[in-house]
Design a protein around this ligand. Structure first.
Ligand code: FE2
Ligand code: ZN
Length: 382
C-alpha cells in the first residue's frame, strides 16, 4: 500500500501563484500541490469571527445562511490569500490552512494503516505495557494505542486480578460502553445471559455483537481466576488478513461479502437485537477494509433474493472461515491473572478452547469512537 506524507511534516507551505477562472480559485503552492477551491467552499470555510467560533471549533452559521456571493478581488502573498466578496465581506486564509485540502493527501492522512499479521510473529511485536506506566505516561499510552492500530491487540500487565482494577484500565482505554451485558462483566460458567460464552464449551473465532448497529470497538478481557482445571486457551485471528486472502483467492466471494447484507441476531428474555450489514465492510473511496462482522453462531435465519445468492452465502462464508480456522493464522495462548488483553473487535476475531475447572473472566467493551478519540488526542491518527 502507498501513502502520502502528512501535511504536518511539510507544513510551511508557501503560495506560488493563484489562478481564478469562473468560480474556481486554483492555488499553486511552491513545490506542489495545486489545489482547486470552489468559491462556495471558500466562503463556507471563512475563519472570521462572524463565520467561525474559534473557541469551540464550530461553524457559526447554518448552511442556508451561506450567501451565494461572488469574489470581487483576490490578493495573495507567500503566506496568505485574501478574498473580498461582493457582499462586503472579507476572508483571509493562511497558506498552511489551504494546503491541507489536497484531496488525495487529505484522504490518505485519514486512512488507518493496519499491519496485517500475514505470518508474522505478532506476539513479539505487540505492546506489553505495565499498568502503572499505562495510567501515568502519555508515551506508554501511545505504545498501547499504536499497537491496537497496527496489530489490533495490546496487553496491559501487572493488573490486580479484580473487577475494579480491570475497570480502571477500561476507563483509560476510552471509557466503558454500556450494554445489556453490564458496564463491566464478570463471568463464570454460571449463566447470567443466554450466550455460549457463559459455558465451558469451545468457541470458534468470531467477532462480538454482529447484531448491533455498532459492534463493540474494543473488547477487554482479564482472566482473574482459573483453578482446578485445564484448557481455556485464547484464540486470536487477524480478520483483515483473512479477508485480504479471500480477495486474492476468491474475488467473487469477496465481492459478495462486501456487498450482501447478512443479518445477525441475539435473543434472550426481553431482548431481541438484529442488524443487517455486509460481513466485510469497506471504505467506498479507498477500498480499505474497515470492519469484519464474522460470527457463525449469531447468524439469523434469512430469506434470500435468489438461489444464487443463497449458494454464494454458504460458499463465501465457508471460504472466509477456512482462513480463520487455519492454525497457521491463529495465535493461541493462555490468559493469566494480571494480564489484561485488549483487542479491536472491528478487526480481530477471538475464540477459546473448551476448559475444565473454575474459570472467572472479567472485562468490558469500549466503543470505537471512544478509543479512536484517545488515539487521535495522542496524535497517533488524524
Ligand atoms: Fe466473544
Ligand atoms: Zn467570514
Amino acid at each position: 500500500m502507498e501513502f502520502s506524507v502528512g501535511f504536518n511534516e511539510n507544513s510551511a507551505k508557501k503560495i506560488k501563484n493563484v489562478i481564478f477562472v469562473e468560480r474556481t480559485v486554483r492555488v499553486n503552492f511552491e513545490n506542489g500541490p495545486s489545489i482547486p477551491f470552489e468559491d462556495c467552499w471558500l466562503r463556507d470555510h471563512c475563519r472570521c469571527t462572524q463565520c467561525y467560533h474559534a473557541n469551540t471549533f464550530q461553524r457559526a452559521k447554518h448552511i442556508l445562511e451561506l450567501p451565494d456571493s461572488k469574489i470581487l478581488t483576490l490578493q495573495f502573498d507567500k503566506n496568505s490569500l485574501t478574498i473580498e466578496w461582493d457582499d462586503k465581506h472579507t476572508t483571509e486564509f493562511t497558506a498552511d490552512f489551504l494546503s491541507q485540502f489536497d484531496y488525495k493527501t487529505w484522504k490518505n492522512n485519514r486512512r488507518l494503516k493496519p499491519r496485517l499479521w500475514r505470518g508474522c510473529n505478532v506476539a513479539d511485536r505487540i505492546a506489553k505495557v505495565h499498568v502503572d506506566k499505562f495510567l501515568d505516561s502519555d508515551d506508554s499510552s501511545k505504545e498501547v494505542f499504536q499497537s491496537l492500530l497496527d496489530y489490533g491487540v495490546a496487553f496491559i500487565t501487572g493488573v490486580q486480578p479484580s473487577a475494579e482494577a480491570t475497570e480502571t484500565v477500561c476507563k483509560a482505554l476510552g471509557g466503558i460502553q454500556h450494554t445489556i451485558f453490564g458496564a463491566t462483566w464478570e463471568f463464570t460458567t454460571v449463566a447470567d445471559h443466554a450466550d455460549t460464552a457463559y459455558t465451558n464449551l469451545p468457541l470458534a473465532a468470531h467477532n462480538d455483537n454482529i447484531y448491533w448497529t455498532e459492534a463493540a470497538g474494543l473488547q477487554i478481557l482479564h482472566c482473574i481466576e482459573h483453578t482446578n482445571g485445564t484448557g481455556g486457551e485464547t484464540i486470536l485471528v487477524d480478520g483483515f488478513y483473512g479477508a485480504t486472502c479471500l480477495k486474492e483467492d476468491h474475488p467473487e466471494d469477496y465481492e459478495f461479502l462486501t456487498t450482501y447484507e447478512i443479518e445477525g441476531e441475539y435473543i434472550e428474555n426481553r431482548h431481541h437485537f438484529t442488524h443487517s450489514a455486509p460481513v466485510i465492510q469497506i471504505d467506498k473511496n479507498t477500498e480499505d477494509i474497515k470492519q469484519i462482522r464474522f460470527n457463525v453462531y449469531d447468524r439469523s435465519a434469512m430469506a434470500f433474493r435468489s438461489g444464487r445468492d443463497c449458494r454464494l452465502y454458504y460458499r463465501s462464508l465457508k471460504n472466509l472461515a477456512r482462513y480463520y480456522e487455519n492454525k497457521e493464522n491463529q495465535w493461541i495462548f493462555k490468559l493469566v491473572p494480571g494480564l489484561v488483553m485488549v483487542i479491536d473487535n472491528f478487526r480481530l476475531l477471538h475464540g477459546r478452547n473448551g476448559f475444565t475447572g473454575r474459570r472467572v473472566l472479567c472485562g468490558a467493551y469500549v466503543s470505537r469512537s471512544d478509543w479512536l478519540d484517545k488515539a487521535r488526542s495522542l496524535n497517533l491518527i488524524q
